[in-house]
Design a protein around this ligand. Structure first.
Ligand SMILES: *Cc1c(COP(=O)(O)O)cnc(C)c1O
Length: 279
């Protein structure tokens, strides 16, 4: 059971974790975050997540009130307070209290602990369906708290019996709402877009592992190539490597999960275990 959150470095009971409504995160939706998965007190790939969090803050002109070491300590403290073996920690840096209602003020830093998200086994054995959607995120290289579009179209996604969206600009694929996207072509080359896609940590780790097993290309990926792909999958901290069997009405590899994807799913799990054993 989750009992505690952390607000500006102080552990507080979850129901008392509050900030003032003048914060730009409330009035304008201005803020950044990162999501840490913690196993036995160890946040997975923490250096990468801290790098991205600091970078996101910088992109939005916000100052994180803590050093990396302090952030690490605070994250571990809120996890320890909840006595959880494994959990997720969402760390949000807000735009802060604004005197003008528009310019950033002193940010608040919020840490919310949650149970790790789980997805049905069938997602991993049968793959999932994505709904293609023409959209480019406003700040594609920054992990902001703004998910206006995917939340707005949630019903459309559900009606399409899809699990999530696949963003494209008419020619090129970028990513999914909260995940990166990859294909294997018929030469077993692994391709992931480099344009308008967030630099996911799982993406980074998967690319590093894949280099030893496959030809890897990080470059613009067209919708056309995706339709002709041999395999497809997406990645995120909470989903790991999740096979994609279908985009709209188009079934990839006749809807069968490919061997390359299965191999990467296994390699990523081993890589994560190795990381946790060594840190
Ligand atoms: C968080 C997120 C991802 C995935 O990043 P991970 O670090 O692998 O969890 C991809 N795209 C968007 C838009 C995201 O918010």
């Amino acid at each position: 059971m989750i009992k505690y959150y952390s607000i500006n470095g102080e552990i507080v009971p979850k129901e008392k974790a509050m900030i003032g409504i003048d914060d730009l995160i409330v009035t304008r939706g201005y803020g950044v975050f990162d999501y840490f998965r913690v196993f036995n007190g160890k946040p997975a790939f923490i250096e990468d997540h801290l790098d991205r969090f600091q970078n996101s803050a910088k992109e939005l002109g916000l100052e994180i009130p803590y050093s990396r070491a302090e952030l690490t300590t605070k994250i571990k403290e809120v996890v320890a307070a909840n006595e959880m073996d494994k959990c997720g920690v969402k760390v949000i840096l807000t735009g802060g209290y604004s005197t003008t209602g528009f310019s950033p003020g002193t940010p608040n830093i919020l840490m919310m602990v949650s149970e790790l998200a789980t997805y049905p086994d069938s997602y991993y054995t049968n793959g999932i369906k994505l709904m293609a959607y023409q959209y480019t995120r406003e700040t594609p290289y920054t992990k902001t708290t703004n998910y206006l579009v995917p939340i707005q179209i949630a019903n459309e996604i559900k009606e399409a019996e899809a699990m999530d969206v696949l963003y494209h600009d008419g020619t090129y694929i970028s990513e999914s709402a909260r995940s990166n996207f990859f294909i294997f072509d018929h030469n077993n080359t692994l391709i992931t877009p480099d344009r308008d896609a967030l630099k996911g940590i799982t993406r980074k780790q998967v690319l590093a592992i894949a280099k030893d097993h496959f030809n890897v290309e990080v470059r613009p990926l067209t919708v056309k190539e995706t339709m002709a792909a041999k395999e497809a999958f997406m990645t995120s901290s909470s989903k790991a490597v999740l096979p994609v069997r279908q985009v709209d009405f188009w079934r990839i590899n006749k809807g069968v999960i490919g061997e390359n994807t299965k191999k990467l799913m296994r390699l990523f799990e081993e890589h994560l275990e190795q990381y946790l054993a060594n840190h």
